[in-house]
Design a protein around this ligand. Structure first.
Ligand SMILES: [Zn+2]
Length: 149
C-alpha cells in the first residue's frame, strides 16, 4: 500500500488485514489514496505509514500523533474554507461588512441562528436570493458543524 493515512483506531476489528494476526485488542483504520479502508495491527500500520518502529508503544504514539495532526489540519482547512465562503456570501447579498472581520460574532450569531432560517426561506422563495448564495449558505452550515466553531 502506498499513500496511506491513519484515520482512526478501533476495537471493532481484531484481525490485521496485513499479516492476518488475530485477537488484537485494537486495529488502526488506514485509508489509501483511493479511499479504500483497511484494518492493520499497530506494528503493520506503523510500517505501512513509513514510521520507524522501535517498539509497540512508540508505534502507537506515532500513529496517534499522526491522527491528531491530520484532524487538526483538516479542521483548519475547513475553517479557512468556511470563512472564505462567508465573505463571498456577504458580498453576494450586498452586506456592508465582511464576516471575516468579526468572525466569532458572525459564526456564533448570524450563521448559527439565522443561517438555517435563510436556507429555509431561500428554498421557499428561490427567486429572491442569488443561486450562488443559496449554495454557499448550505455549504457554510455543513462546514460550521464539522469545524465545531
Ligand atoms: Zn499485521
Amino acid at each position: 500500500m502506498s499513500n496511506v493515512q491513519a484515520i482512526g483506531i478501533t476495537d471493532q476489528q481484531q484481525v490485521c488485514d496485513c499479516c492476518g494476526k488475530i485477537n488484537l485488542n485494537q486495529t488502526v483504520v488506514l485509508r489509501d489514496e483511493y479511499g479504500v479502508t483497511c484494518f492493520f495491527g499497530t506494528v503493520c500500520a506503523a510500517r505501512a505509514l513509513g514510521f520507524k518502529v522501535k517498539n509497540i508503544l512508540d508505534a502507537k504514539k506515532q500513529i496517534r500523533d499522526a491522527i491528531v495532526a491530520d484532524r487538526r489540519a483538516e479542521r483548519e482547512k475547513n475553517l479557512d474554507e468556511l470563512i472564505e465562503y462567508s465573505d463571498r456570501f456577504a458580498h453576494l447579498l450586498g452586506w456592508k461588512y465582511k464576516p471575516s472581520d468579526q468572525w466569532n460574532v458572525f459564526s456564533n450569531n448570524w450563521l448559527k441562528h439565522n443561517g438555517p432560517q435563510f436556507l429555509e426561506r431561500a428554498a421557499e422563495y428561490p427567486a429572491k436570493y442569488p443561486a450562488e448564495a443559496v449554495v454557499l449558505i448550505a455549504k457554510m452550515i455543513a462546514l460550521r458543524i464539522i469545524t465545531d466553531v
